[in-house]
Design a protein around this ligand. Structure first.
Ligand code: WTA
Length: 638
């Protein structure tokens, strides 16, 4: 399969970028022509950022799974679509050809239909990283149901919040999942969540770990049994639902600076075009390459660069169930050699944690199949960049530092492997169609280079979010109200003298812990619901491996038992309400919090204390009670 829209030189990139800005509609319609549509669109783009209203390829009719699967048949029927590497290296690897993946998606799509799932219904998927997770998302897309994949690390309460928000009627899960030495009882977590969600009608359960589970009559169904019924009927094909380009494809919940996570909504047509275009260009995918993205499908990276982008491009994807350090810190490198991986796409946290094991885990690993390395999810520091480049890429593989967000659907700023230059710790240049702009806090546009500001986008691209589920006002307030007529990313950014972009991190109250987004307000709410807690304030601090660690300052009425036990209790409450990814690394009991006279917590001061920069606290004279700061500094957990 060749990609007519694959850019092959810096000059190609320049030219594409210019056309994409001069005539975005022509530019994107020419790319969209290369996909399978039942009917072409009426208008390429209709938009305004006030409401916001963003429509790409409206009136166009398609089904994304026909582009991921049917379109590759029969030519690629026997080519490998998916390689599955299980958690336990001694368990058998699985390979699914495009034909096999097509068959399994069709069977499951028919199962969903037989159980009453219709176009527009919301289906939640809570599974480990096994092929059935990818199959479940595609089966939903095939019948036009809107999937909401929930990362396997979220707690029952987090799941219940998401199920309620999206009014989910059908859940797909498995008995359990393996992660290193741990076995995660997914079905049992779902059962706990469903106590609060009587509107969920059916739960489909895939057996994977053979963990004992409880199956409720009239609600819970076995995946295998349901598929067997479909197979017995002997009709292997489930006709793909014809969707409008602007029909929703999925909801994915992500944390913001306020309140509960919001359901970012992506639609079918624009998302398909953008993820495929960015995939083949950023990674310079070539037919036959094995693409190994280590993200979980529960996050946007897995949606866009394990499932949709690569499969639309007819690529071979590698899905890994386990963790980088099990059974030892050489696991990624074993997988690269075993499956002759060409593209490795991972997060700086993983690189930093593997760096900590030194070079011994690399001994005897060839890594000669690698062609391109990718980084995503958080800023990559120079040390990690160089280690990745030298020891993994052996100095010959370009690294793409890809900046993007759940809301952007696909990569917006990145170099293109071997095509445009890399610069350590820089995402570098915008993709064609992407128009970044920097502003200061007062909304003044910062022109020219060698300047830092808040990163916004001034023009829509096909992969951007359309709304937040059930609350369009929230979408507007979060992304389109800070700066009129611009999409605000929430990230700070530096533009160097050559126009390369370097993302410096969030400027709002969102933390990025091991590449996972978590709102400080969410963690505070969880801490505040612990008995005896009066108030809390959570900030991030630099963490050698995780990028950011979570530091909680907590006012507590009285301590039960010893203080350390109380801290563990609080951490346990956060784990129960959100999940282990939100558990504070440090908890400090304080008498008070630094507040202004109007009662606002001065987080700037708390951040400095958490960083250990107690000599740089700045002006504390506007505080209601400046002596509080001294007390906090004395008790700081450094
Ligand atoms: C951060 C993940 C620096 C950023 C795809 C963004 C990055 C947030 C990079 C989105 C990068 C992502 N360099 N920072 N290459 N990629 N980020 O929604 O702060 O989970 O706003 O999407 O991660 O996280 P999300």
């Amino acid at each position: 399969m060749s990609y007519p829209f694959q850019l092959r030189s810096a000059a190609d990139y320049e030219q594409a970028y210019q056309s994409s800005v001069q005539n975005p509609e022509l530019f994107w319609s020419q790319i969209a022509e290369h996909f399978h549509w039942h009917k072409k669109w009426d208008a390429v783009l209709t938009w305004n950022f006030e409401e916001p209203k963003i429509e790409w390829f409206k009136g166009g009719q398609l089904n994304i799974t026909e582009n991921c699967l049917d379109r590759h048949l029969p030519a690629k029927a026997n080519d490998t679509a998916l390689i599955f590497e299980p958690n336990d290296p001694k368990s058998a690897t699985q390979k699914l050809s495009y034909q096999a993946l097509f068959d399994r998606v069709n069977q499951l799509a028919q199962v969903l239909k037989n159980n009453g799932v219709k176009k527009g219904d919301r289906v939640a998927i809570y599974m480990g990283m096994i092929p059935e997770l990818a199959i479940a998302t595609l089966a939903c897309a095939r019948i036009g149901a809107i999937h909401s994949v929930i990362f396997g690390g979220f707690s029952a309460q987090s799941i219940a919040d998401r199920l309620q928000d999206a009014q989910v009627s059908f859940v797909i899960t498995c008995d359990g999942a393996y992660r290193g030495t741990k076995e995660i009882p997914l079905k049992s977590v779902i059962d706990d969540a469903l106590v609060q969600c009587p509107f969920v009608e059916k739960v489909l359960v895939y057996m994977h770990t053979h963990t004992p589970i409880s199956m409720l009559k009239d609600r819970d169904l076995w995946w295998e049994d349901e598929v067997a019924k479909v197979v017995a009927l002997g009709n292997p094909i489930c006709k793909a639902e014809v969707m409008d380009a602007e029909d929703p494809l999925f909801i994915l919940y992500t944390s913001g600076s306020t309140g509960k996570p919001k359901g970012v909504v992506h639609t079918v047509g624009g998302y398909m075009v953008y993820t495929t275009y960015s995939f083949v260009n950023v990674f310079q995918y070539q037919e036959g390459d094995v693409h190994f993205c280590t993200a979980d499908i529960g996050w946007i990276t897995g949606h866009s660069y394990i499932v949709y982008g690569p499969l639309c491009a007819g690529a071979t994807i590698l899905l890994f169930e386990g963790i980088p350090t099990y059974p030892d810190a050489g696991r990624f490198w074993d997988i690269v050699d075993k499956h002759q991986v060409a593209i490795l796409y991972t997060a700086p946290t993983a690189i930093r944690s593997l760096m900590g094991f030194g070079l011994a885990p690399l001994e005897g690993k060839s890594l000669s199949s690698l062609k391109v390395l990718g980084s995503v999810g958080e800023p990559i520091n120079e040390e990690a960049w160089h280690w990745y480049h030298e020891h993994i890429g052996k100095g010959r593989c370009p690294i793409v530092d890809t900046w993007w967000q759940t809301e952007t659907g696909g990569i917006l700023i990145s170099n293109m492997a071997g095509i445009t230059p890399a610069k350590p710790a820089y995402a570098t240049l915008p993709l064609p169609g992407v128009q970044p702009i920097l502003l200061d806090e007062n909304g003044t546009v910062l022109e020219g280079n060698d300047i830092s500001g808040n990163l916004c986008m001034r023009f829509p691209w096909p992969g951007m979010l359309r709304t937040t589920y059930g609350d369009h006002v929230r979408c507007r307030t979060n992304y389109f109200a800070t700066y009129p007529n611009l999409y605000f990313t929430g990230d700070g950014c530096y533009r160097d003298t050559q126009g390369n972009y370097r993302i410096t991190g969030r400027v709002d109250d969102v933390l990025n812990v091991s590449g996972h987004r978590i709102g400080t307000a969410e963690i505070e709410n969880a801490i505040n619901s612990h008995t005896g807690v009066v108030e809390s304030a959570v900030v991030g601090y630099p963490h050698d491996i995780k990028g950011q660690g979570i530091y909680a300052f907590v006012i507590i009425e009285s301590v039960h038992g010893d203080a350390d036990l109380s801290k563990l209790d609080i951490a346990q409450t956060v784990t129960r309400l959100i999940g282990a990814i939100a558990k504070p690394d440090k908890i400090q009991f304080v008498q008070g919090l630094p507040k202004t006279r109007s009662g606002k917590i001065m987080r700037r001061i708390l951040r400095k204390i958490a960083e250990g920069a107690v000599d740089a606290l700045g002006d504390t004279s506007t505080l209601l009670d400046p002596s509080i700061v001294e007390q906090i500094v004395k008790g700081a957990e450094l």
